[in-house]
Design a protein. Sequence first.
Length: 299
Amino acid sequence: MTVDESGPHRSLVFAHRGASAAFAEHTRAAYLQALADGADGVECDLHLTRDQHLVLLHDANLDRTSDGTGPVAERTLRELRQLDFSSWKGARIPDAYGARSEQFLTLPELLELLRGAGRPVKLAIELKHPSPYQLKLEDRVLEVLRSEGWDPASSTVDNVAVTFMSFSPDSVRHLLQSVPAEYVCQLVDDLTLHEIRDGLGLGLITGGAVANLMKATQLEGEQIVEDGAVGLAGPGIDYVRENRATIQRWLQAGRRLRVWTVDSEDDVALCQEVGIQEITTNMPARVLNQLSEASSPGR
């Protein structure tokens, strides 16, 4: 049974970097599969190239998701086009999803795919920081969207409804100067100083200083949500588990919650139990099926 997305019982489902459990993240194939799966929206991460193009990549470096190496920001778009961004996943790409050389995407190319969906689609854009271009990243995103026909009041480009996300409070505050608060999401995570320091693999003094800075950023982001400066909050699923009272307070205050990254059946069920409005997942088809089954009569 298909459940109306506007109904009270079904969370909206965003495909995290596309249907990234099936195909390499951020690729044409991953996004086309997400649309085929019926995802309500898709999520992407943006970086600026050396020649100021907006490209879809999560990491600041190329090593994990391509056959290249080094910082994304030091490459031109033409140089990036020469790299292979899909083979590392080991998934065969159907001919209908494009050649290997067509998998790497810019923001305008993603918008073109979403325009072709033939239905309303949501796009959640995460602006990645720290960036060597600092807040020029945000300015460039808005510039490109305006050139594509973006309407700030409704935050739409044709059939595509756009929202903006960042862990960086500076990024969020900068976006709020041009974007209505209801379309801006402050991402938050639940990190202890010990976890941050150990995860960085730095020495005690340096690691401690960086950890303190990251923790301060987390607390600053939480305060932005508490103050109602944004309409959307983006906690991780671990944050939801560990901070139920905070999550309920935000929901009762009228915030929309977009939780990442929700893949397991137990985590989907937790989001339903709590009343989360939006779920980000690597597996949109499976999550949509679970939500549909849960909303079917007799269950």
